[in-house]
Design a protein around this ligand. Structure first.
Ligand code: GLA
Length: 689
């Protein structure tokens, strides 16, 4: 990660969001700044979709309106996150450069009419993108209101056209070297797919039967790298123009899995994310924490930024679920607690029309005389009272975690392949399930890349990373040998980086470390459950998957019970523990259901000596997170439950300035952020309604 110098401001938390002045007449801009000041907004992301306004004809630029927007915001004390508008080229661009429109896997070339319509490998697109970024950097690169650069918007358009094909071949030559090696890696002897010329190699376009999984995976890798090149180009143009403002681009979670975030994060001054909860209720709260922990980890535990979250409603299947101001506050504090330098929203003012007219805004269609706008005024006041949280500690992470979960986008890409032993294999669900279990039991969680240094973690979880390379295996072995605990889910390590199954029994390269050999896979039917009998205690239950496991050095800690759907696996090993060096490697051969997963991870944490955020029980649906800063530590208490709680301990709530020494009442759906005078002596108890 580049030096701190270019980080976001550390004197306050940012509050605001996407602002699209090009959709409104200038008199509304003036009114907007008045309302922004009233709500405590201090940051506006502008220009995201302004290309057509800034360059109405090729090479003809119009910046006067943007100058006025900058001046209006600056005069109101509102900082600017300036986007480069390259996610949505104007209609004239399509006619001038039809080859720069993306082509789908079916060969259909897309046209303008929505957004994200560009072929990222097309030279015309890349040069037009560099040109507009350069113009913006020359004009605004050192404007006093400029807080940061927001390059592009949510990179993620895949292209299967000719420009992509040529760039893909060049990428494959760098990765595999020879056509021989490509044929080996892609296992092209299968189904007579052997390539005898590089010119025959194409993106994985529509084909008659099942596509080649390794071909598809390499194309995912290529597409992420190709878009990353486009980002680097714009970043370097901005730097060359002399702008020192931090550069970021907004990742998208949860379903937008087009980028390999670790390699991308290394190119950014600060990592930022758009996080849209795809569920409401308890899962939504767990999801916010998941997105925050993942994003903080992409940035190496450093400050990051929530660039977008929904303002008044969430997109859930079939509808927009209303989001109460209390939930908006708790979600925003969840992101800040986990390292975000603020809470930005999509968007400031709800659009009057267009494809997202119903996506809401800080200023809803009903205007500022509304319950939700008043809720944002309260949020603005709350974030302002937390300014001391913003300055990161001189040393060490913002959030200290004893537990880490291994994450890699390729784990997801590898399970997108057709014809896996079960359609229910779901990398993202396995990772979110592991995180949720730790979230529910009050443990702070980091995410790590395969092969990363694991020395600061007591427990590392590896949910269903199908393909692992040698470096990752070495990292896991080192962690265990030096005293760490490692816990591995089924469908992990079966294959190498080319998705070739490692022969001799699953889990391939992890057999020795786990001390097991899996001979048979027994995927379960929907609704089928297996029960795992433990020595003492309630059995665990699993779904989707079971296996014939032969211990080879490992100790059996659970067996398949004849009671469930184990069939002829009844009595066989189902979960194991293998002591290696000073540490222990744990294996479970089914996907544990939620309650069982919670019990299993709690037992793993105890065995590994991992500490929860707070010793002592915390009522269900009450979240406690500790964030470190240059101004001491802050304990965030988010009460998602229906009952009030009492927080007691050596500290003062910044939201109410009330001491918690003799107990502080936090209402149902409420929150507290305590400047703590020590880690010991804290408790959270449920109170009667
Ligand atoms: C994304 C985009 C925004 C908008 C929101 C939807 O995050 O960046 O432009 O489309 O989703 O609310």
């Amino acid at each position: 990660m580049p030096s701190r110098a270019r980080r976001f401001s550390t004197s306050r938390l940012l509050f605001g969001g996407d602002y699209n002045p090009e959709q409104w007449p200038p008199e509304v801009w003036v009114r907007d700044v008045e309302l922004m000041r009233r709500a405590g907004v201090n940051a506006a992301t502008i220009g995201v979709f302004s290309w057509a306004e800034l360059e109405p004809q090729e090479g003809e630029y119009e910046f006067d309106w943007m100058d006025r927007v900058f001046e209006t915001l600056h005069a109101g004390g509102i900082g600017v996150v300036l986007a480069t508008p390259t996610a949505s080229p104007p209609p004239w661009f399509t006619r001038a450069h039809p080859d720069a429109m993306p082509v789908g896997p079916d060969g259909v070339r897309l046209s303008h009419g929505s957004r994200d319509t560009y072929a990222v490998s097309a030279p015309a697109y890349r040069s037009a993108a560099r040109a507009i970024a350069q113009r913006l950097a020359e004009r605004y690169g050192n404007h006093p209101a400029l807080l940061a650069w927001h390059v592009h918007n949510e990179y993620g358009t895949l292209d299967f056209g000719e420009h992509a094909a040529a760039a893909f071949r060049r990428w494959l030559q760098r990765r595999h070297g020879t056509l021989e090696e490509l044929n080996r890696a892609w296992y092209t002897a299968f189904w007579s797919q052997r390539y005898s010329s590089w010119e025959d190699v194409l993106p994985p376009r529509a084909t008659q039967y099942i596509p080649n999984p390794t071909h598809a995976l390499d194309f995912r890798r290529f597409s992420s790298d190709e878009m990353l090149d486009a980002l680097r180009e714009q970043r370097d143009v901005i730097r060359a123009a002399g702008s020192t403002a931090p550069v970021t681009t907004n990742f998208m979670l949860p379903t937008w899995n087009h980028l390999e975030q670790w390699s991308w994060s290394a190119e950014l001054d600060v990592v930022s994310v758009d996080h849209y909860l795809d569920t409401v209720g308890p899962d939504g709260e767990a999801h916010a924490a998941y997105g925050a922990d993942l994003t903080r980890s992409f940035g190496g535990g450093e400050p990051w930024l929530l660039m977008e979250q929904s303002s008044t409603s969430s997109t859930v299947p079939g509808r927009r679920a209303h989001k109460s101001p209390e939930r908006v506050l708790r979600n925003s504090l969840s992101y800040v607690a986990r390292g975000s330098q603020g809470a930005l929203f999509f968007q400031w003012r709800a659009p009057a029309a267009g494809a997202e007219a119903w996506h809401g805004g800080i200023v809803p269609h009903a205007g500022e005389d509304s319950r939700s706008f008043r809720g944002f005024e309260r949020l603005g006041a709350a974030l302002a009272s937390l300014a001391e949280v913003a300055e990161p500690p001189a040393r060490g992470p913002l959030v200290e975690a004893d537990v880490a979960i291994v994450w890699h986008a390729e784990g997801w890409w590898a399970t997108e392949t057709a014809q896996l032993p079960s359609d229910r294999l779901d990398y993202s669900a396995a990772v979110r399930g592991a995180h949720r279990a730790l979230w529910q039991t009050g443990f702070a969680v980091d995410f790590v890349a395969p092969g990363a240094d694991l020395s600061r973690y007591r427990l590392v979880l590896v949910p269903s990373l199908f393909a692992v390379d040698e470096a990752a295996v070495r990292g896991f072995e080192e962690h265990v040998r030096s005293g760490g605990h490692l816990a591995v889910w089924p469908f992990t390590g079966y294959a190498d980086e080319h998705l070739h199954v490692v022969p001799g029994g699953y889990p391939g390269r992890l057999r020795d470390l786990l001390g097991v050999r899996v001979e048979e896979l027994h995927p379960l039917a929907d609704g089928e459950r297996v029960l795992l009998s433990l020595d003492g205690g309630e059995p665990l239950s699993g779904r989707v998957w079971s296996e014939l496991v032969s211990p080879e050095g490992a100790e059996v800690v659970a067996t398949y019970s004849p009671a469930g759907a184990a069939g002829d696996l009844a009595g066989e090993a189902a979960a194991t523990r293998h002591r290696v060096g000073a540490g222990t490697a744990h294996y479970v051969s089914t996907f544990l259901e939620e309650e069982s997963l919670r019990r299993w991870t709690t037992s793993l944490c105890e065995q590994a000596g991992a500490r929860p955020v707070l010793d002592g029980a915390v009522p269900e649906r009450v979240e406690v997170v500790r964030r470190r800063s240059a101004n001491g530590e802050h304990l965030f208490v988010l009460n998602h439950s229906e009952l009030p709680v009492r927080v007691t301990g050596p500290g003062t709530d910044l939201l109410t300035s009330v001491s918690a020494e003799r107990g502080l009442r936090v209402e149902a759906s409420g929150a507290a952020v305590l400047r703590t005078a020590g880690r010991e002596g804290w408790s959270v108890q449920a109170l009667p309604a």
